[in-house]
Structures are given as structure tokens and as C-alpha cells.
Write a protein that binds this ligand. Sequence first.
Ligand code: MSK
Length: 669
Amino acid sequence: MAREAAPKVQTIDPAAIEMIKRAEELGYSTVFSRAAKMPACPIGAEGACCQICNMGPCRLVPTKSNPDPVGVCGATRATVAARNMARHIAAGTAAHSDHGRDLIFTLQAVAEGASQGYELRDLAKLNTVAGYFGVKTDGKKPEQIAGEIAALAIGDMARQKGTLTYTKRAPKKRQEIWAQLGILPRGVDREVVDTLHRTHMGDDQDADHLMLGSLRTALADGWGGSMMATDLSDILFGTPSPLVTKVNLGVLKSDEVNIVIHGHEPTLSEMIVRVVNEPELIELAKSKGAKGVALCGVCCTANETLMRQGVPSAGNDLNQELAIITGAVEAMVVDVQCIMQSLSDLSTKFHTKLITTSPKVMISGATHMEFDEHHALDIARQIVRVAIENYPNRKQTEIPTHLSDLVPGFSHEYIRYMMGGVLRGSFRPLNDAVMTGRLRGVAGVVGCNNPRVTHDQAHFDIVKEFLKNDVLVVQTGCGALANAKYGLLVGEAAMEYAGPGLREVCEAIGIPPVLHMGSCVDNTRILTVLTEMASEGGLGDDISDIPGVGIAPEWMSEKALAIGAYFAASGVYVLFGVNSPVENSDEVTKIMSEGWEKIVGGKMEFVPDPMEIVRRSLAHIDAKRAALKLPAYDPAKFGKSGDWRMRELLKQPLEERVNALYGMPVAAE
Ligand code: MSK
């Protein structure tokens, strides 16, 4: 289906509107203007282009005279669409899992005493993870336990036969489904290689079989690489719990050295957080005429440091160029994933130093300061120094004033604790709320932004509708940052947007109606919550029984497709917005929807209209309620228990409220 190159309204973010206008005045391109100038290739967008061998590339576009074209080798539209999708999922799995691998190496370095600046911050989580891997903890030092976990985790990455350890964390019934289908993943690397091999010219040609293999590869991501990344990050940097911080371009300071951290891995950014306020560096900044050094993030590095240390975020993926256009960024420090190549040229138009740090990611024109966990603090200090030295080069700035409060940090451990109470964590109250109908269901609304649709609009519209319909929402990645900008990730949002039942739940526990659960790899926290809900009782005995959905309304990354596929394989109905990358094949579209639903209970559909996504989601949630014989959703039954104390509490400043509710220290701005 032909689609517009870009929407008429580029963004709903007021700060982004200002900076897009500024870019136009200055004559600089942005992702928004480039999208408008470059329509998406209609052949590639639908999965109709086969580039796998040099007899092509073949364009399998149906015409009147040839309604069902095949490639030079005879490959059908279904085979080509399935192969393309399989490769996307493998690439997404590789990216997430390599992130996990880097954290394993950091853990190993800590265990060997060879790292600089890292420590084992969450020993309780270390012991929990030791349990998953079967590592005995009695009488052992934490470093020894960490070393044994690291060795077994590396083994899981490279496992040739057998099954990934973490799949045992899924509900029993789910594991049996995977075993029966033969899709229990082996090592992460093996599954990625398997996909690349079977999609090579002349290999797997059966669309059904190709897509089944993709489910296995995606499971290696969700219940493997990504889940390890989440767990090891928590061990090394602390398991998140709620705190208060701010989001949007207004976090940039007009009189301080601004450093923006961007990408995904927390290993270097956490070290920058540690050193940025060292007296010597602050003195250096003052000697250059700045009042201090201000650190903020974009994309998922932002999410990592936001939810643990309260480091403010300058926004999500499409805000990355706009931060530089303020003229106020001394250094943008990037590691891996979602980094636009345009940053390099754009930064030369201002005084910004673009600093690459990963051995995997070099960008022409950027300064490369390679990260190494053995000298992490030294490298972090060098990077901060480079930014400070650059402050005198700052020229005219134009920083939008827009910024919003948010309360991030809802790890699954914290959700368990907040639901169950101080002395006994439990998911019982959450299940009860769904069973009574106070909550109609649950939804994970995650993933990227995409300039082919209005920036943030679908995230905002879909989540507002869910809240109105008493659906509790969890968010990660750029979606979480989107709705944080519009005030949905604070307690007040329940009063303004939630239906009567959801409002009662938010009032009773003292939570926002939208819970920020972390970065892209942290979608695995949602898998854990769903598993806990399935084990708690009353909502069936498998993830596929739960009245819930997963949505990626503005997806753009291959990682999003891997995430969607592992949620579908885990039993979740997953809906993607924007467009369908398998639209050229009705057969593959059907395999991923009806076909997958029959075998794994979950499915993946592509639905460009956000309100149709909501309609299908609510219908699915209601059908799952009916299958569990739960009362039909009836909002009229709830909402009469308005808690006056909640209203009183809302009059207090946000920081005091969060401290009173969660007993957590308030993060410094
Ligand atoms: S950063 S993968 S744009 S969520 Fe994780 Fe955002 Fe998507 Fe990148």
C-alpha cells in the first residue's frame, strides 16, 4: 500500500517543534526533513525485495500480467518475505545479545579484580541470578559467585546443544509448548548463525518453517541475551526503584557544560555518571567559565541511567539531532545502536564533539575514545575533560524550556514489593485487580519513534485510550520517554487520564498509571512480570492466558521485530504500527497471526491505525477475560472509593511525595 513519505504533523513534542524550526532557519537537515524528501522504498518496505544472491536483486511486485511473481531462482513472495523477516529478527537478537555479552565480560572483569570503577552493587540479585544458573553461593565470596555466573553466561551465549538456561524461568506450560515445537533455543550465537545459514540462497524455502526458526532465534534474545543484559546490569549498577527526574530538551543547561550520553549499554555511561561531579572536574569547568557539568541522556542509555541514578533525559530517539541543534551540547558520547550517522556532520556545524566509544562503532568525523572496562574511570574522566575543554567554543544557544517530571524505576522486583507490601512481595493484588475487573487488563507499549509517522503521537494516543479503559500500562525504551514528556509517568496522570478502576489501583498503591520499566533490553522485565502473574494463580497457568497485549506503535528498529517475535513466542498478542514489513505476502502475514496463535498462543500483527490497535487490543483483552470466566469489564462498578489522602498527597511537591510513597532517596537533578 502506498504511504506518505512523512506525516503532515512531524511531532507533538513542543521542544522538538522549536528545534525543527530552528534547523529549518539554519538550513540544516534533520531526520524529519530527510524522511519527507526520501519516500520509503515501496518494494523493500513490504518485504518484496530479495537481495540474497547476485542473480538478483529480485523485485517480487505483483502486476496484472504477473500476479504472483517469483525470483530468478524461483523463490516465492512468501519465501522472500519470510527470509527478510527472519534476518531482521536475527539482527535484532544479535544486537541485544551482544549488549548482554559486553555486560558478561564486565562482570567477569569485576570477578577477577581487573575492572576499574565497577562493583557488585546488588548482592541480593547476584544470589538470585546464581540460583538461575545453579551456582551454589554458600561460603563463597560475591566475586567468586560473579565469576562462576560469568563463565556459565558465556557458555550460554556459545552453547551448541541443549537449551538456554533462562528458558527455565518461563511458566512450565510455556516450556512444554516450546519443547513440543522444537523451538527451545540453544546458544544465542548458534541461533543467530542458524538463521543466517538457513536464509542463504538455496536453503530453507518453506515460509512456515522459516518463521518457526525465527521464533526460536527471538526466544534466544528474550529469554537469553536481553534477559542476561538486564540481570547483569542490575547486579553491577543496582536494581532500579522509583525516583524522580526530568525529561525533554529543557534539561540542557545554558550555563553548564552539557554532556549527552546516547546509545544503549550502561557500562561506560555509569562511569561518566560517577566521575562527572568530581571536584577536580568541576573546578576545571569553572575555570572555563561554566557553572558546572550537566549530564543527560537520549534513547536507551538515557533510560539506563535515568532509572538508576535519576540522570535526566533530553528525550527519545528523534530528539538526538535536536539536542545538538540547541548549540548547547559540548559532547555527545555514543556507544551502540540507534545512533544516526547525521550526528557527525551536524556536530561540525556547531561546536559539539561527537565521541564514539565502542570498538564496534566508528563514525567518520567523530572522535574515537575507545572504552575498556579495565580503565573505565580513566576513560570516563578523559571524556568529561574533552567536553569541558570544548565549553569556550560554544556560540549561540537556543534551548527549549520544555521539560516534564517523571517517576521511572519500576523493576519487576519493585513492582512485586509495591504490590505485596513491605514485608512480603507478591503479585497477588495485581492478579486480584485484574480478576475483579478493577483492571481490565495490562499492556506493554514499547519501542521506537519513526519519522514516517507523527513523532510520539501514537504512543500518546494509544496509552491514553488504554488508561481510560482501565488498562495498566508498562513502558520501556523510547515509548516510555515519549509519554514521560506528556506527563503520563507521574501519579497525577491517574487522576486525569485513568478510568475508575485503574484510578483506584493507582490511589491504593501510590503509582503512576504508566510504569517505566527501563530500556529496550528491559522488555525482559515484562516477561518476568507476566510469568509471575501466570504463577500467582487466578489468571490461568501460562502467559497466553493473561488479558494483556504488547504494542510497538512507532517501531523502526530490527530489535523491535525481535522483541515482538519473542513476546509472540511467549504467548502475547503483539501489534505493531507504522507499516507491515511482510505486506507483500498474505501467506507470511497469516503465519505470523493465525498460524502463530494456533501453535504458541501469541501472534504478531501490523496495524497502521493507532485506534484500530486499541480496538483489537481491548477485544483481545475481553476475550481472554471471558476465557478465564472473569466478570466482563464494567467500569460502573468502580471509582467510588476516591481516597482523600491521595488528593492531599498530590498537593505536596513531587520529590516529597515520591520519598513518602516509596521511601527512596530523591535523585539530584
Ligand atoms: S533506543 S531500539 S529507537 S526504543 Fe532503545 Fe529507542 Fe527503539 Fe532505539
